[in-house]
Design a protein around this ligand. Structure first.
Ligand code: GTP
Ligand code: MG
Length: 198
């Protein structure tokens, strides 16, 4: 799929104020600084459509970007920054859980994971939460430019093992990306295209 147009529509902290149009949408979620906003820029061929920063906590609101005038990419605030020790309900801000629980237009959540790190409890917790509320999700491993291909493969294999140990029957669909190098762009856009037309 080719992205011809990408425009920022609205930012807000209430799911009831998200765009009312019944267009399919795809949301990016994950720990602060994992690269959610950078990936949106990479996919849309923009330098700063979504605001990015080297410091965690840049994205604070639910941001809707309209793509090709017929679907949305949604950039969300990160979790796990300065709130790590609290229980799930407190760790994930209420408006984020509201978004996942109430947004009917959401087709698929993409959970971003830094490819360099071992599986983090907070990500596994969030994935379990998505399972509980029955939101379909994929995993996106980010920052693949930071490690070798061999390490990438072994880290993905370790992640699969961890999910299976956490009672998942199989690894969900996953993608390996680098926003600096454009890695994974075509595969990810083709996947979105595929589920968009189902
Ligand atoms: P919050 O909005 O704070 O939750 O962060 P975010 O997940 O949106 O991360 P953001 O896109 O702002 O990127 C965080 C930092 O990681 C920035 O310094 C980016 O330049 C860097 N970064 C993001 N993706 C990549 C990547 O694929 N490769 C490399 N090398 N750096 C990346
Ligand atoms: Mg961000």
């Amino acid at each position: 799929m080719k992205i011809n147009t990408a425009e920022f529509v609205v930012s807000n902290s209430e799911v009831s104020k998200c765009p009312q149009e019944r267009l399919p949408e795809y949301a990016f979620i994950g720990r602060s600084n994992v690269g959610k906003s950078s990936l949106i820029n990479m996919l849309t061929n923009h330098k700063s459509l979504a605001k990015t920063s080297g410091r965690p906590g840049k994205t604070q609101l639910i941001n809707h970007f309209k793509i090709n005038n017929n679907w949305f990419l949604v950039d969300l605030p990160g979790y796990g920054y300065a709130r790590v020790s609290k229980k799930t309900k407190e760790v994930f801000q209420q408006f984020i859980t509201d978004y996942f629980e109430k947004r009917e237009q959401l087709v698929c959540a993409f959970v971003l994971i830094d490819i360099r790190l071992e599986a983090q409890a907070i990500d596994l917790e969030f994935i379990t939460y998505l399972g509980e509320i029955e939101v379909p999700f994929c995993i996106i491993f980010t920052k693949a430019d930071k490690i070798s291909k061999t390490k990438t493969d072994s880290h993905v294999a370790a992640y699969r093992k961890k999910l299976l140990a956490n009672n998942w029957e199989e690894m969900p669909p996953y993608f390996v990306t680098s926003s600096t190098e454009g890695t994974g762009k075509e595969k990810l856009l083709s996947y979105i295209d595929e589920i968009n037309t189902e």
